[in-house]
Design a protein around this ligand. Structure first.
Ligand code: SF4
Length: 502
């Protein structure tokens, strides 16, 4: 069992891990104490006296909870990082009682252990519906566990996936078949399929909702990917802060195993996460699954060459595997169909928008009832793109984005309204980046701090652009390269307000 997972088990049994516990465990397990400390220190929940789940509540200090008026731990609770409940922001969490949604203050929160499982509202704006087309009950029924693209495997299956053309969600310039072929062609005694479904990337809650309501297709898509690349092991990474979601997806795995779909040529393991891992950065996820510090890796080699435990990995978000299964069904769906979380007080009707390349940003905003006072749109989360009103006729088709400065991030939509000051948004973006980066490279670690200080002090705005450029050009991973995008655009559009002295 990986180190972090062993530590987590001990933390729960001992009600938190202190110095003496780590010394004793290092001795008992024959693992250097320093190695245990580097892992235990990375995940604050390991040292919490409430690791066993008694007593204290946690306040999310994540980016969207902050924008929604929360993001402050008070005397009665502790802070923790994004649990992937941005659609309910601001949230508090209690290990025994569940989430209290929309709660900025601690006084009498309405705890709900089932809120994770709520069925989302879906706007069907795409030409071909692909998601949430089965009911929650059907989605875990045994008879739905049939292989996607039956009879195909290896290169034949990769060719079929390539012919259909689904693309990488975060980097739409690349097709899934291109990425996964590299894993298939890398010589190895084992390969893995990983569904990226844990919290960590603010605004990516659609993955959590798919794990609950589309679990059968998630497993069928993973099994299909396994056949394509020659993998026999799949991993679903789920946040330990989402126990109801974890239970739902574990139940789906058990049912699929009982139905004979899993357990012979392909197995799936549900692996808990223990806290944030660099805004959902892929290589940090690999470390988290391996039970190491959830920090980014230096690459190349890419995960398809040397990923989990040094073996090739086909890694994609849960949504991608659900779409892959749907592509093998009748009626045929478009590979361009995507889910976008639309959330926050700036929308009268928040939910999930099912979009494709013919959907415009404006169509999403109208369907969800955007507030009249909206002055900007954060598209794709904190590592995405700030869209100003004159850009809202943009089509959500990456092939149309000629300027190159539009990044879809996690494809979510959050409206910035009269309740959000541009300066406060810039500060919160940089606060988030300063808290979330893994500290491995100087441009990102120091750049976020320096940029934040400039915004807070209102001094030297000209240096601000230089710092952001250095981050974009020299950071080790996408986190440091992508954080400057929305901040730079805020500074360009609202420079005087952002650098006004407090
Ligand atoms: S850019 Fe550097 S410091 Fe920032 S998250 Fe990536 S590796 Fe860590």
């Amino acid at each position: 069992m990986p180190v972090a997972h062993r530590l987590w088990r001990e933390a729960r049994e001992r009600n938190g891990l202190g110095d003496r516990d780590l010394v004793e465990l290092a001795d008992r397990w024959g693992i250097p104490e320093g190695r245990l400390r580097t892992v235990a220190n990375f995940y604050p929940r390991f040292s919490e006296p409430d690791a066993a789940g008694e007593g204290t509540a946690f306040a999310c200090e994540g980016f969207f909870c902050g924008l929604a008026g929360g993001g402050r731990a008070t005397a009665g609770d502790r802070a923790f990082s994004c649990p992937g409940m941005c659609d309910r922001a601001p949230v508090r969490w209690h290990p025994k009682r569940g989430f209290a949604a929309g709660t900025a203050e601690l006084s009498e929160p309405a705890w709900d252990p089932e809120v994770e499982l709520a069925t989302p509202t879906v706007f069907r704006l795409a030409r071909t519906p692909a998601f949430f087309t089965a009911s929650a009950g059907e989605s875990v029924a045994g008879d739905l566990y049939s292989p996607a693209f039956p009879g195909l495997r290896g290169e034949t299956l990769l060719e079929e996936i390539g012919r259909l053309g689904p693309r990488d969600r975060r980097n739409p310039a690349v097709t899934l078949a291109e990425r996964w072929r590299r894993a298939a062609e890398t010589a190895a005694d084992q390969r893995f399929v990983i569904a990226h479904a844990g919290p960590g990337d603010p605004g990516s809650q659609a993955n959590r909702q798919l794990m609950v309501h589309e679990a059968a297709r998630l497993l069928r898509g993973m099994e299909c990917c396994g056949r394509a690349i020659g993998a026999t092991e799949g991993v679903i990474h789920v946040g330990s802060e989402n126990p109801a979601t974890t239970a739902a997806v574990e139940e789906a795995v058990n049912r699929a195993t009982a139905a004979g779909f899993l357990g012979t040529s392909f197995d799936v393991t549900v692996v808990p996460g223990f806290g944030s891992y660099v805004g959902g950065e892929e290589t940090a996820l690999l470390n988290a699954v391996e039970g190491r510090r959830g920090e980014a890796r230096v690459f190349p080699p890419e995960p398809e060459i040397s990923g989990l435990f040094g073996r090739p990995v086909a890694l994609a978000e849960a949504e991608t595997f659900v779409l892959l299964a749907a592509l093998g069904e009748t009626p045929v769906v478009s590979p361009a169909t995507r889910l976008a979380a639309v959330f926050g007080d700036g929308f009268a009707r928040p939910g999930l928008a099912e979009i494709d390349g013919d959907t415009s940003v404006r169509a999403v905003l109208e369907a969800a009832g955007v507030a009249d006072s909206a002055w900007g749109l954060l598209f794709g989360g904190p590592r995405g793109t700030l869209l100003l009103p004159d850009e809202w006729d943009l089509l959500l088709d990456p092939a149309e984005w000629v300027s190159g400065d539009i990044r879809p991030g996690n494809w979510s939509f959050y409206a910035l309204t009269a309740d959000h000051e541009p300066r406060d948004v810039a500060r919160r973006l940089l606060d988030y980046a300063a808290a979330e980066n893994c500290g491995k490279c100087d441009p990102c670690r120091l750049g976020t701090l320096a940029a934040r200080d400039l915004v807070k002090s209102g001094r030297e705005p000209r240096r601000f652009g230089d710092i952001l450029t250095a981050m974009e050009m020299t950071s080790l991973c996408d986190f440091g390269r992508q954080i400057p995008g929305p901040v730079r655009k805020l500074a360009r559009a609202f420079g005087e307000k952002i650098f006004a002295r407090a």
